[in-house]
Design a protein around this ligand. Structure first.
Ligand code: UDP
Length: 330
């Protein structure tokens, strides 16, 4: 099967492209390289430097490459920026996605896998989180992801689109062979920033909030390995054979880690001391988010290979050591 991976040069997309190739599928990558890295995609994979909202070019690619299924990873994902510059988020995450879907439907491509987010739920006291939880995003980033989910539901009913929306928790880690990994500019994610503090590339790590109603006062998150996330995208293919099917899955390990626990785990994995500064809360951070992924386990046979956060951090550390400047070190 020929699969168009939109955002295939990005963090999660590039890991998924690897797995598609290893599993014998034919990935084709579309990425505008605003955040993606050309080096993250091997040279034997067809690559289009193109915007997902460019209807005419996408339509041509779908036809030329005889695409049967589209996976869509391309999104702006800085929560804080989505609050200060929401136009950018509605434009890229929603409007451009609508153009992509139109190009698909107009060319008879009716299978779609969408990167959604636990940010669609907003704050909750109901933990671990099931798919049936009320979705009430607290920032425009989460809202744009929810808007796409709702659009997909309507398209499924009206046009027979089959889709799966995966609501990721905190993606982390890197490919086992250390060849691809996380490289965001600017980097805002906890684990790579803690590495930088450990190695002296930054002065310290700021803990955003130590007064949350959690066991150690810092936020709880569900860190899940990027290769575990990727496997779910392929495991869902069979279900997508059913025309008009709508699927929603939470993807997380179900085990929460606090910010302090992540810092401790980084110290254990690296053997380095991490200088910390206790800072005030970051706007828009819910105290605790962790998944109940039993639906994905039951229906897709999905199991995490990386159940320990130390193992996830160790894989990220291997990548970070060989690529302290990300893909610039290639
Ligand atoms: N965090 C922190 N210091 C940082 C970056 C993140 O304390 O420099 C905390 C953040 O408040 C959240 C957790 O680490 O509780 C994970 O944040 P990240 O940005 O990695 O992912 P998010 O949960 O926002 O998707």
């Amino acid at each position: 099967m020929n699969v168009l991976v939109v955002g295939g040069a990005g963090y999660i997309g590039s890991h998924c492209v690897r797995q598609l190739q290893q599993a014998g599928y034919h990935p084709v990558v579309l990425d505008n390289l605003v955040f993606g890295h050309r080096e993250a995609v091997s040279d034997d994979i067809p690559f289009y430097d193109c915007d997902l909202g460019d209807y005419d070019s996408v339509a041509q690619i779908l036809k030329r490459e005889k695409i049967e299924l589209v996976m869509h990873f391309a999104a702006f994902a800085y929560v804080g920026e989505s609050v200060t510059d929401p136009r950018k988020y509605y434009e890229n995450n929603f409007v451009a996605t609508l153009r992509l879907l139109e190009a698909m439907l107009d060319n008879g491509v009716k299978k779609f896998v969408f990167s959604s987010s636990c940010a669609t739920y907003g704050e909750t006291d109901t933990l671990p989180m099931l798919e049936s939880l009320t979705q009430a995003p607290i920032n425009p980033y989460g809202q744009t992801k929810l808007d796409v989910e709702n659009c997909l539901k309507a398209f499924s009913k009206a046009y027979g689109l089959s889709f799966a929306a995966f609501r990721y928790f905190n993606a982390a880690g890197a490919a086992e062979d250390g060849s691809i990994g996380e490289d965001h500019n600017p980097e805002t994610h906890l684990i790579p920033l803690v590495f930088d503090a450990a190695t002296g590339r930054r002065e310290n790590i700021k803990i955003f909030g130590t007064d949350y109603s959690t066991p150690d006062g810092t936020c709880l998150r569900d860190y899940v390995h990027v290769d575990d996330l990727s496997r779910a995208h392929i495991a869902v293919f069979e279900q997508l054979e059913t025309p008009g099917i709508e699927l929603f899955y939470n993807l997380g390990t179900g085990t929460p880690s606090s910010v302090r626990e992540i810092i401790d785990a980084v110290e254990a994995v690296t053997g380095l001391k991490v200088p910390i500064v206790e800072a005030s809360r970051r706007a828009g951070d819910p105290p605790a988010l962790y998944a109940d992924s039993s639906k994905a386990q039951r229906e897709l046979g999905w199991e995490v290979k990386y159940s320990s956060v130390q193992d996830i951090i160790a894989s990220a550390w291997a990548w970070h050591q060989s690529h302290p400047n990300g893909f610039d070190d290639n």
